[in-house]
Ligand binder design. Sequence first.
Ligand code: HEM
Length: 128
Amino acid sequence: MTSPNFYELVGGEPTFRKLVDEFYAGVAEDPILRPLYPEEDLGPANERFRLFLMQYWGGPTTYSDNRGHPRLRMRHAPFRIASAERDAWLRQMRRAVDAIALPPEQEATLWNYLEHAANFMVNAEDPN
Ligand code: HEM
């Protein structure tokens, strides 16, 4: 038997569903982030992000079956992401990670990844 991967360890799909639902509930109210999202309905964006995270951590590959290679930097190119946007994103994500209340070691693994990924997505300078 192989040991469980991170996706299984944290509780599989229900955990990622709760994480992403909490995150988008925050986005819906966030004055910096909400205007960036092109669609009025955040449901499809919620699903894409949840499927991406599930796949990344070893769950089903539905994300790439539907969307192909993630190419996340490229997919974020249409949105101006400077440090204010990154910080707002991480603020909403911090709330969402707190809400799923993982054991400390798993939480650190997840948070570390999200912080790095958010920095990687920055594609604009702050205004002077
Ligand atoms: C899509 C903003 C960071 C993963 C999007 C979209 C916006 C956005 C506006 C379009 C919504 C949609 O229609 O799907 C931001 C901002 C970030 C950020 C402001 C701040 C740093 C991240 C990070 C990840 C991520 C760190 C991964 C860990 C995704 C994914 C999609 C997406 C998977 C859907 C891609 C697709 O298949 O089209 N993001 N994002 N984003 N974002 Fe982000």
